[in-house]
Design a binder for this molecule. Sequence first.
Ligand SMILES: [Zn+2]
Length: 376
Amino acid sequence: MSVDRAYFDGMEAKIPRGSVRTRFAPSPTGYMHVGNLRTALYTWLIARRAGGTFILRIEDTDQGRYVPGAVDVIYRTMAECGLTHDEGPDVGGPVAPYIQSERRDTYGRYAELLVSLGGAYYCFCGKETEEPAESKEIKKHVCSCPSLSSEEVQRRIAAGEPYVIRQKIPAGTTTFHDAVFGDITVDNDTLDDQVLLKSDGLPTYNFANVIDDHLMGITHVVRGSEYLSSAPKYNLLYESFGWEIPTYVHCSPVMRDAQNKMSKRHGDPSYEDLKAQGYLTEAILNYVALLGWSPKGEQAEQEIFSLEELAKAFDMAGISKSPAIFDIAKLDHFNALYLRSLPAEKFAAVADPYIRQSVKNPAIDTAEIAALLQAR
Ligand SMILES: [Zn+2]
């Protein structure tokens, strides 16, 4: 199959270069959990501190998870938090579209390009051979498809045989660098020939991420440390394409206690839940910023940060390797500090619904009660 050089050259030419570009790439699930909000915040801060560009990308290729109205929750949360984006589905930009489902055609082309570069292969084995192989720990896919001749591959594709495209993992070791965890080397034997393009033509999460991050000129990728193990496979993809690898910034999870990650499923509050419970956005953001990051130098003791102050102070060197435990008492403390510092009228407006719950007489002016409450 001949490679459409003009298409790929055209895509390369569109990539903005020479400045920091970061992206927040949520899946539209219908709520913003605390860990996600922290990722959004750190990603935004890295861009703002460097005078760079912050991009919002919607990762909706996993159609099974689609929730109506869920994209609106993302826009609303970002706007409320002041995490303004410079490029995104609603504002456009030089590397549009910013919604993965609208980029579908791109992934197939790049998967085919990768095959021609020797970094991937067509696999016709179907689901039955995706069962775990001999080892229980490593679910490695092994088949003879990588050795099929290109004529044989073309014949089977033309005959309408379903296929997936898998990453070809070479022998040896892979070393990658992370801004938080340093250099990590893994034996390639531990890496699976993961599916990049599914039989329905849609990309897998990992493949779409690499393609989009490259084509959008992303320089720093902030994500949860649960993705550390897939980073070597990312590196091998970048290397096969001959692309520059972005700076990885893996953050340890936000935990509900020493053992368990926070999760909506186990009743842990999302950003929306915290708002509904009366926490101020500024207090939530301030607290979340310090969940896994601490300021250094003159500001090492500082606790209260506005978003602008964070954008000046946020240094990746302050990101912690240890998991952070979400402590509602600590958030209460921040919320109290922020409530006390609000102008009286603003506090009265915030407090009104809560005061009305106990004060039923409409003749009573809640602002006066608010004034008494604010100092406490
Ligand atoms: Zn196969």
